[in-house]
Design a protein around this ligand. Structure first.
Ligand code: 13P
Length: 253
């Protein structure tokens, strides 16, 4: 793993203020492992509170609206997230693409808005079980990314990709390290094609889908894996930092 590994917790629709103690525990542990970049994306309602409670870890959100503001009841703009202390936003997660019918075009517009507001972007991609079985997973993911990613000249600094095969999310059935290495290699080629050698080779490509402390070392050790986007196992400091520790170990060789 040549770059500093990026271990991001996606709390999804979990967490009330009672969870702030976990965020503090994660932050304290992260201060002991500075070779790993640790971040949390809590639900909107906790973004500002987590931001105030932590010193070391990055804080982000799980979605934003593409408009700067306006008559959009129930929505949140990228500028509002930045104002609440968010430094990044996760976009194009399969749960949003499926539950809210988000198209590549909408995700593209959201990414532009997030970058304009000064946020970093974690762009998600990943195929369904049906697509994988049909043998078209790689083409599907490349098409999804090409259509979802906006042009930018500082991709290395402000963009990460999260490859999250849908069949591996919340199922306990992670992809094999061979499958991950193959897909991440294809994503790297696409990034270099879209953003040039210098920027494209700096973008960290995270794997997501049933990452746990006991499989983290193998998944994080696969070629072109620059970190992990973690759902269920990010909800407690113990399991989340188990994953960050595996990344730190690999970093130290
Ligand atoms: P799980 O780690 O719970 O499988 O979730 C992965 C995910 O969707 C992170 O965004």
């Amino acid at each position: 793993m040549p770059q500093r590994p990026y271990i991001v917790g996606n709390w999804k629709m979990h967490g009330t203020r009672a969870m702030l103690s976990e965020a503090r525990a994660i932050d304290r542990a992260a201060q002991r492992h500075m070779k790993v970049e640790v971040a949390l994306a809590p639900p909107y309602t906790l973004v500002h509170a987590v931001h105030r409670e932590v010193e070391q870890i990055g804080v982000g959100a799980q979605d934003c609206h593409p408009a700067e503001g306006g008559a959009h009841t129930g929505d949140i703009s990228a500028a509002m997230l930045a104002d609440a202390g968010a430094k990044f936003v996760i976009l194009g997660h399969s749960e949003r693409r499926v539950d809210h019918g988000e198209s590549n075009e909408l995700v593209h517009a959201k990414a532009k808005a997030a970058l304009d507001a000064g946020l970093r972007v974690i762009m998600c991609c990943g195929e369904s079980d049906k697509v994988r079985t049909s043998g078209k997973a790689e083409k599907f993911v490349m098409d999804q990314l090409r259509a979802s990613l906006p042009a930018m000249d500082d991709a290395g600094e402000r963009l990460s990709i999260a490859y999250e095969p849908i069949w591996a999310i919340g199922t306990g059935k992670a992809a094999t390290s061979e499958d991950v290495a193959q897909m991440h290699g294809a994503i790297r080629k696409l990034l270099i094609d879209m953003f040039g050698e210098e920027q494209g080779s700096e973008v960290r490509i995270l794997y997501g889908g049933s990452v746990k402390p006991d499989n983290a070392r193998e998944l994080l050790g696969a070629a072109e894996v620059g970190g992990a986007l973690v759902g269920g196992a990010s909800l407690t400091a113990d399991s989340f930092m188990g994953i960050a520790l595996a990344a730190a170990d690999l970093q130290e060789g």
